[in-house]
Design a protein around this ligand. Sequence first.
Ligand code: EPZ
Length: 447
Amino acid sequence: MSRILTVRGGVPLKGRVQVRGAKNLVPKAMVAALLGNTPSTLRNVPEIKDVEVVTSLLQIHGITVEKDPVTGDLTMDPANAKKASSAEINTHAGDSRIPILLCGPLIHSIGHAFIPDLGGCKIGDRPIDYHLEVLRQFGAVVDKTGSGTSITAPNGLKGTKISLPYPSVGATEQVLLSATRAEGITELTGAATEPEIIDLIAILQKMGAIISVQTDRTIRIEGVTELSGYDHTALPDRNESASWASAALVTGGDIYVEGASQRDMMTFVNTFRKIGGGMDIHDDGIRFFHKGGALKPLVLETDVHPGFMTDWQQPLVVALTQAEGVSIVHETVYENRFGFTEALTRMGASIQLHRECLGSIPCRFGQRNFTHSAVISGSTPLTGANIHVPDLRGGFSHMIAALAAQGTSTVTGIDVISRGYEHFTAKLDGLGADFDVIEANGKAGRK
Ligand code: EPZ
């Protein structure tokens, strides 16, 4: 049922939100449970759609997933892992990209995996070429079928040397989930080292894996024949934390984000300070607030960790529309991540998109036909508009723009936001936002 939000803007968001386990770690941790020969328990699990999708995918493969009714902790038992039909996988995959990461564990467990043609946020064409190449290098046989890709490994997976052309998070996870039980040693160069990757490595090490991360983005994995289950508390979601921080700036508010981890957000904290945001940093969370007065413009470049995380960019762009002066954002991770600015322009923002690399590093998308740099001239008053949410982070950005705008906005397609933001409308309600949820049948919905 697609819900519609009617948002009355101009109300500062004030109060406290709790941020739980990271959307970009929890599903991978659930997949890792497949590698163990005993059950695994994952704690600090958020109630988000991506977790529901992976739960279904594990269950159709015979893995039991029990959810603690009080804490929400998940216990997964891979003892009866079995092959699932491509039709079942297609039904349950939804628009998630997670099926690609099931390959290594499923090949170790049952000798076969199937990947439907994948979905995910529309922020570029989201290829999986690095993933398939990695699996081939481990000795897997990759066959394109009508509705997806079938993967087998007649002789099992063998350790190998892999060099990634780009520090892809997903491809690094693909290597980790395939190499830990492969025969022999795997050396991965050009690896991603995001906090969620390090947390996944911690999980695998708890299971018995032997993994070392070197200073030059090289990860070495010594394959072992068997792994046990794990008991792990997922790291907090730095992307949701940064989203609420931008919401505080955009609406002139004051939000305590319980669970925000400074350690995982160092670059964001520096940027938030440079734009003129106020912060009180504690060990159990961070208070983000608008100090009053003008916000300062920035020149910003997204990059792989420890650079400015691409998922932080979209909500912060909304804040930059309220900064006094000209800001530049150069998106170097995804080729098409500014589509959400169209709605902001309709609301009154002044944003121009360019094909050139407007930043300090010429990136992979320069001089090709990708408008991956934005020039934002502020500050411009925003007025309410009719908005259809394009993707997860763009959707959050549209919501905070509507909350800051003068007048009323109608926001449709908001269900995509629940893929990555737990209890999103309840949190907005708790922060004093003035909005109504309307079910598609016209009846008032639950916030
Ligand atoms: C993960 O996506 C995150 N998603 C993304 O978060 C995040 O933005 C991204 O990492 C970068 O940090 C999850 O973890 C579920 P990549 P992933 O492989 O693994 C290209 C959000 O909003 N590429 O690092 O898919 C790719 O097109 C989401 O929470 C290939 O070309 O990201 C992109 O340009 C959005 N071929 C770049 O690499 C491949 O086979 C980075 O992608 C794989 C990737």
